[in-house]
Design a protein around this ligand. Sequence first.
Ligand code: ADP
Ligand code: MG
Length: 683
Amino acid sequence: MRPELLHPLFAEVETLKGVGPQVAKQLAKLGLTRAVDLLFHLPTGSIERVRTPAARPLLLGRQIVIDLTATEVRTSRGRGPTRIYAIDGEGNTVTLAFFNHGGWAARQLPLGERRTVTGKLEAYGDEWQMIHPEVTEPGKAEPALRETVYPMTEGLTSRRLRELVTAALERAPDLPEWIEPSVREREGWRDWRGALAEIHAEPASDHARRRLAYDEIFANQLALALLRQVSRRKRGQPLRGDGRLTGALKLPYALTGAQRRVVEEIRGDMGQEAPMLRLLQGDVGSGKTLVALLAMLEAVEAGAQAAMLAPTEILARQHHATLLRQCDSIGVRVAILTGREKGKARDSTLMGLADGSIDILVGTHAIFQEKVAYRRLGLVVIDEQHRFGVSERLLLTAKGATTPHLLAMTATPIPRTLTLTQYGEMDVSRIDEMPPGRTPVETRVIAEERLGDVVEGLARHVAAGGQAYWVCPLVAESENSDAAAAEERAAALALRFPGRVGLVHGRMKGPEKDAVMADFAGGRLAILVATTVIEVGVDVPNAALMIIEGAERFGLSQLHQLRGRVGRGAAKSTCLLLRGGMLSETGRARLALMRETSDGFRIAEEDLRLRGPGEILGVRQSGEAQFRLATPEQVQELAPMATQDARLLLDRDGGLKGERGEAARLCLYLFERDQAVDLLRSG
Ligand code: ADP
Ligand code: MG
């Protein structure tokens, strides 16, 4: 089957009618850069709107279509929203708030002119308010009262997205079927193209979604199976250390039994010629970093280099600092490489890697760019593996003539049912024991109305010399408004705690973030307000209080990870989960579970069981979710079928069998990143 069939879908979004650089930039914020991304940009649901002449209490919380006349624009001071005051048909004032693109909004709503405005009616104090409403241009058709809605970004309306999705759909070719005929028949699924059209229609078809979810899981299984074959065919280098470095290491504590066991498992693997493919699971705080260090030193003792990949800049810098501290005295040379290392520093690191004078490299994705050449890379450690997909693992496997040993670490306790679909090709080690002397974190669930009390509690904590994290959730569909919410919270807290509040969020520049983190770690800041960027790995033992706002919006495993940031020192730690007003039965049960247990595995299992659709907004955006289309339930249910289906297609020497195999390759192209697929092709 010719992959050219897919070219129109892999064309950049700019090739779609009406998409210029501006719109393309906005689409990129949603991760949509190619036509195919639009096809898989799932509607978040459908919407029902009420046409009303005026704002009414009964309509609070509903989506309304209303005619408004703007009377005043108040541009934001600092980083607050731009507010546009407008009058409805009965003389009530409705405030329209825009956190970004205030200028754009003001042009859409000229003073004194009536415009049709669509959005959710909310109350703000005793005022009516609509946040980021859509404005219908004069002469354009009114918004439909029922339609599918898409995750949006500022400046790009749901309607515009719908038009673009339609344009992308027109490009979708008929593709040959890759699903096993008996499976498709049993499920009663329609063809790929038909299913695509159905998921974007109103009412949306769950049946069609299921088929596409299956496709995605199937592609994933196929990639894993191929990955396994590619890596089995490659040779590795056996690395056996002589203990001169690991023995010289000065540790303030003894390894736990579990750490000792997994280190032995890893050493056993590294001593073999077949490249290690090992997943290390260990709850937050179980001491994975030390295990990684010992493995890396083993590689260095054997004359090889080691690289450690971290998911965020913050974490990369923290690991770098820790490793420097431990390695300096034993003469092991450690360097860091992220997108931020530029110019001379970068050049000298690259040289050091190429001539072998650097033993251990820590960094973000930058460490696997094409320009980075290692003299003898023997071991790759990936920290917080759940952030990396199959594609990244493929890239790693392909680097170098021999394949380095791979140690992937994760604190996400993956339920057994899912291990297969995510890490089918790996062996698993578990650290099932915590370092001694930890006291469990006391967790309480508190209604958000009691924010005042919470702040008082925080004040007492800070007055006693304590430090605290304050986590703000992903509040909306875009990072911009999340950052805005965190900024507002930080500003409010700064009034009460002047000079003691820091803020980090995903839109800040690296150096800015590092400076704040350093101030917090050094105790100069008492409170760190953050979005989920602090989720993984950060280690500040003196921070014994964590407040998580909008806790019901997080995945349980995510809450567990966050909570793992406290309880690291000697002091008794507390985690306050602030919950919003209306919680479903399930929502309550989920938070109650957090109060009851600190067992990451149990939480992960229950999370999967209790996940109500739509109850965990943040999960996908935060990168925790592995799949674009498939929900965790679907993964659970469909993966075994897809695994079998994919295996049927593999032939002995890593190819795909028959016509259906060729079709399956197209499916793989659709879901896996192109580089990865190229590797498979050449693999
Ligand atoms: P994680 O598994 O979440 O990455 P870390 O490696 O960051 O956990 O370890 C958490 C903390 O526990 C660190 O401060 C580390 O120094 C400490 N630690 C690691 N191993 C031990 C041990 N055997 N005994 C006591 N403390 C340990
Ligand atoms: Mg860690």
